[in-house]
Design a protein around this ligand. Structure first.
Ligand SMILES: [Zn+2]
Length: 390
């Protein structure tokens, strides 16, 4: 412990210096250098490689802007992960989500800088600052994970102009610059809607991985947020329920109409059914047949893992996860996610003998990954395109 605190202080100083250097670099790149160049141009001063220099400066500005936006979105995702981790820990234990965090070991109050996602863990070397008790690396990993989910969604849906969406809007201009100067609200709201869904699935997966029951409050909150978003901006529902049944006309609707309402209701029902199927598949052990390690008695697995065996407890949770997917994306997506889930689960189990990966291969985490894959490749999942008569 005695040599730990100087190490943490040292890391903090390094990060602080790095942030200051970045701020100075941004100031130079966006204010000082353009000003000086402009001044030189106006006063008729020319030097040999002037145009080359201007190109380089512009290139660097573009790069800095892109890097800033992408890092910011990733950081936003990890902030949500940090908050949802608190929700996932406290709500099943009946505690208030307000109030500051404490170290579970020594009960010391955590300061602002300890709570900063990713950096807090890295700067403290994965230990509590007062008692040096280790903080699980999974906090760092799940924060990076949701950050990556946000970044990927943001790239395909906003920066690349909804490349993945089954009903692509007319987008002539794509890229970060156009996002900043002429924002496309159709795409931004779609991103927000899908990010919300992923946050809901993330929270359920974290709670399920600890073997806790999913509190109704968490489910209701996610569902209400999705329904509120879809009824205010119905175009965020990408595929109407009629796609695959009949011809699709007048879609997306201007206001929340009957078709939109039916899409949500039918989607939720289909999602719950898909979840029950997933539960049954798990119980029957179809996934286990493909994975011999899993066919061993649970005791053998429990020895190498201090995580409790999670079968059974994820049963109800997978129904809730799939229900949210159906509610948010429609019945067609519920089928796709169920398919991807059944493919992904045995594969993840095969790849994950370790404790940590065992954590990500629980049913609800797989449902979250399957949903992410489905959204990312939505328009290439052919039947949808066929149904929409494109
Ligand atoms: Zn402590």
């Amino acid at each position: 412990m005695s040599d730990l605190q100087p190490k943490q202080a040292h890391r903090f100083a390094v990060v602080k210096t790095a942030l200051w250097l970045l701020a100075v670099a941004a100031l130079l790149l966006f204010f000082v250098l353009p000003f000086l160049t402009n001044y030189a141009l106006r006063s008729g001063y020319q030097f040999k490689s002037m145009s080359y220099w201007l190109d380089v400066m512009q290139g660097m500005q573009t790069f800095a802007m892109h890097a800033f936006v992408y890092l910011w979105i990733t950081f936003l995702g990890s902030c949500f992960a940090s908050f949802l981790n608190v929700v996932a820990w406290r709500v099943p234990r009946g505690r208030s989500i307000l109030g500051s965090s404490h170290c579970p070991h020594c009960d010391a109050k955590l300061s602002m800088r300890d709570n900063v996602p990713i950096f807090g863990w890295l700067m403290n070397d994965g230990r509590c600052r007062s008692c040096a008790a280790p903080i699980a690396v999974r906090y760092l990993i799940v924060e990076l994970l949701l950050g990556a989910v946000f970044l990927l969604l943001f790239l395909v849906e906003v920066v690349w102009g909804g490349l993945n969406l089954p009903l692509r809007p007319e987008v002539n201009l794509t890229g970060v610059e156009f996002l900043l100067f002429t924002p496309n609200w159709f795409l931004i709201l779609t991103f927000v809607y899908h990010a919300t869904l992923m946050c809901g699935l993330f929270t359920i997966a974290v709670i399920a991985s600890e073997g806790k029951r999913i509190p109704l409050l968490v489910v209701f909150f996610a569902a209400i947020f999705l329904v509120a978003c879809a009824s205010t901006w119905p175009h965020v529902i990408q595929v109407p329920w009629t796609a695959g049944v009949g011809l699709v006309t007048d879609w997306p609707p201007e206001v929340f109409d009957r078709t939109a309402l039916n899409t949500i209701l039918l989607g939720a029902v289909a999602g719950v059914v898909a979840g029950l199927v997933a539960w049954a598949v798990d119980a029957v052990g179809l996934a286990r047949l493909l994975n011999r390690a899993d066919a061993l008695p649970d005791q053998a697995n429990a020895d190498q893992a201090d995580v409790k065996p999670i079968h059974g407890s994820t049963g109800g949770a997978i129904v809730v996860s799939m229900g949210l997917v159906g509610l948010g994306l429609g019945w067609q997506s519920a089928i796709w996610v169920l398919l991807l889930w059944s493919l992904g689960k045995p594969i993840l189990r095969l790849l994950s003998p370790g404790r940590l990966l065992r954590l990500v291969s629980n049913g609800c985490a797989v449902a979250m990954f399957a949903t992410m894959v489905h959204i990312t490749f939505w328009c290439w999942q052919m039947p949808v395109k066929f149904w929409l008569n494109e």
